[in-house]
Design a protein around this ligand. Sequence first.
Ligand code: FAD
Ligand code: SF4
Ligand code: SF4
Length: 471
Amino acid sequence: MSRKMLQFTHLHQRQPDKRGAAERRKDFGEISTAFGVPQAGEQASRCEQCGIPFCSIHCPLGNNVPDWLMLVAQDRLEEAYAVSSSTNTFPEICGRICPQDRLCEGNCVLEQSLHGNVTIGAVEKHITETAFTEGWVRPVLPGAESGRSVGIVGGGPAGLAAAEALRRKGHAVTVYDRHDRMGGLLIYGIPGFKLEKDVVERRIRLLAESGVRFETGVEIGGTVTFAELRRRHDAVLIATGVYKAKPLGIAGSELPGVHAALDYLIAQNRRDLGETVAELNAAGKNVVVIGGGDTAMDCVRTAIRQGARSVKCLYRRDRANMPGSKREVAHAEEEGVEFVWMAAPEAIAGKDKAEGVKAVRMHLGMADASGRQSPVAIEGSGFTLASDMVIAALGFDPEDVPALFAEPGLKVSKWSTVETDVALMTSLDGVFAAGDIVRGASLVVWAIKDGRDAAESIHRYVSAKSAQAAE
Ligand code: FAD
Ligand code: SF4
Ligand code: SF4
């Protein structure tokens, strides 16, 4: 069926149905159902086909959104998949977990003109899920082998996007990861209710079928030295992400019952993957999560699903100044999380184990250089939240990569992120870097973009080596 475009004047915006909070808080399945064919086509037909598409401009991958929306409106889904997958390695993942309200959808002109944005993320998910069902998603099989090899450190979205692009060019690719599974934060960080695990595993299987070699349980800098890695491969990509949790820095932080957010999320993700993990379960506990970002939202919503007695989120600023996505905060509230705004932790109460969080009320003071108001403690406003499980979710910094890799010549910034030139090459010849380790904690879509860009540069670099060798 071919639909006309510009239907926004009479077709209202509709997101895919969400499961009710009472139902979804009982399991770790995704909370939204997918669009069916008629809804996806109708929603796509709302697009204005802008001459200057702000949706594409604000998509880190520069996805050709208007074209694939038009193809979906015309029920030409195979072509829509060809267009969408030409710029995005994992469109079904971005369709699910990009913060679209800050990227493509938030900048759609229909949103700006108060008609309600085109539901771009949900349509992107629909296109790729249809492609998987129909068998249009196939492993990349290069025409000829280049005879060159690339080693990738880290199997998160940056490393995997680079692996796919390099394999496409015919290079031998090995991805090393210190975890026992590939996927990085896609598999062990982001909970199943945002991104089900089999969606990630399906992609990893495809890459393996393309000939990408995976070596799990290999810590570069530990099991294998970085120097050895450079000897093994013609070029190396560092895509190690950022994993040093920002410390709580208050008395009692070391008490049993105080946990790092990622340890807590990894334990639940392992359960979702079918493993038995007894520890780090919030069932029956009074949980306090400290922090206001997306990791904190993932922790509170995980605790609800585990059957915690109560779940509170302690954040030192107010709702408007919270870094976490507004959509995720709304989901958490619907599911029963209580937010304690404008309050900062001062100490963990308890002698032998955590029994509560001592906190103080805050008010927003003068704006700092970035224009953001700094929270200031209100004297004498201390209070204690009873809690036998405290989760610290204050964000992540990069590890000391030059020390870890015994490569003092690897240049890093004052924030310890790895420095690169415009081609994403580091200060070491033939060593490239991509994703969070370059940007600091960021987004999956940016990691994919960097991985793809780094692969282009690596291809040029190893091809030049081949040309030199032939002279
Ligand atoms: P990672 O995904 O971190 O992967 C790095 C990999 O490198 C890991 O597998 C690690 O084991 C491996 N590694 C590290 N050091 C070594 C070593 N020395 N040797 C071998 N292997 C090594 N972004 C979104 O867009 N949407 C979301 O909803 C979202 N939710 C998030 C929720 C949580 C809880 C967290 C923590 C992050 C979330 N993010 C989200 C951010 C997103 O996950 C990251 O920006 C993205 O995964 C970065 O990709 P990457 O490939 O650079 O690194
Ligand atoms: Fe939007 Fe993300 Fe898809 Fe880009 S990749 S169009 S930002 S959902
Ligand atoms: Fe369509 Fe909105 Fe993009 Fe314009 S900005 S092309 S209306 S999706």
